[in-house]
Design a protein around this ligand. Structure first.
Ligand SMILES: [Zn+2]
Length: 322
């Protein structure tokens, strides 16, 4: 899924703000420390000149520069040791004036080596949930408010939906990292989206990377990649995320236009994720025979062999809520 421009802007601003805050709070602690212990202030001022001193030392003759640089480094180590001893004498930790970032990996910049950090990705996923249609659902739809009362149409329906709920909860507590797959099948309005949202929400809360997307949008991303190939596509491949994400939730399989390209993309997604042991949840209105008919034996056998089917039954919940 391509991040919404608006969400991306919002999250970037949020990251810039928390990074700025971490740096300015560290600066305040440093100033306070210098007032308390001017000797540390003198050391910090000397350490701050290191870069310029090394630069100057490197500009001279080559043999002499190595020696000068080594001397500067040794002096620095000495200064750092003195600084640590002074901090310890004051009862302060050695990292007292370091910026305290929420994410030490990316230092709240959202990027590590030009790649997006997991923390920013999660924030974007959450922002995506919040701002999209599914976002409002994820706010409202959790395991806590999934009511089995709507399925009292028969004892059999109730028992089956109870098993589905328990299976979805168990899945959301274990996969990932455990490998498991669910196939939520049944007509519209029987709670598949509610349980999918609840799974996404719980797995995100557990700190895993989740992609929740309609099959139609996933295929659009692969389509985008296909037409971009040869134009630096590896830097802008949108489809890769569906192969890499720790949990993929594919909504509404069977509502897309099906052709040989879409079937091969779906096979690639299912097969790659199975081979890599990455869990996937699929929801569909199609029956087992319709799945086989539409996608062929190759795709169907990957699904039937690897996914636990949960059959949703009862009467359309939306009508019962009116
Ligand atoms: Zn990070």
């Amino acid at each position: 899924m391509a991040y919404k421009v608006e969400n991306y802007r919002l999250v970037r601003e949020r990251f810039e703000e928390k990074r700025r805050r971490a740096v300015s709070e560290a600066e305040l602690r440093r100033e306070e420390l210098h007032r308390l212990c001017p000797e540390i202030g003198v050391i910090d001022a000397a350490l701050a000149k290191t870069g310029m001193r090394i630069f100057t030392a490197a500009c001279g003759d080559e043999d002499g520069s190595k020696e000068r640089i080594a001397r500067i480094r040794a002096e620095n180590e000495q200064l750092l040791a003195e600084r640590q001893a002074l901090l310890a004498a004051l009862g302060y930790p050695t990292d007292y004036t370091d910026a305290r970032y929420e994410c030490p990996r990316c230092k709240d910049s959202g990027f590590v080596d030009c790649r997006m950090c997991e923390c920013m990705h999660k924030e974007l996923v959450l922002e995506g949930f919040r701002s999209s249609g599914i976002g409002r659902l994820i706010d409202r739809q959790s395991f806590d408010n999934f009511s089995l009362d709507y399925y009292r149409t028969s004892d059999e329906d109730y028992a089956r939906m109870k098993v589905n709920l328990e299976a979805a909860i168990e899945f959301s507590e274990t996969a990932p990292p455990a490998y498991a797959n669910l196939l939520l099948c049944g007509s519209t309005g029987l709670g598949k989206t509610h349980l999918s949202s609840a799974i996404a929400r719980r797995v995100i809360e557990r700190g895993y990377d989740v992609r929740y997307e309609s099959v139609q949008n996933v295929l659009s991303d692969f389509e985008h990649d296909r037409f971009r190939s040869g134009y630096g596509a590896e830097h802008d491949a949108r489809g890769q995320v569906y192969l890499d994400t720790e949990l993929l939730i594919l909504d509404d399989l069977g509502t897309e236009m099906t052709n040989s390209f879409t079937v091969s993309v779906l096979y690639q997604i299912f097969n790659t994720r199975i081979n890599r042991g990455l869990p996937t949840v699929i929801s569909t209105n199609l029956t087992q025979s319709e799945l086989r008919e539409r996608y062929g034996d190759r795709v169907a056998s990957r699904i039937f062999g690897e996914y636990r089917p949960l059959l949703f039954c009862g009467r359309d919940v939306r009508f019962q809520k009116i």
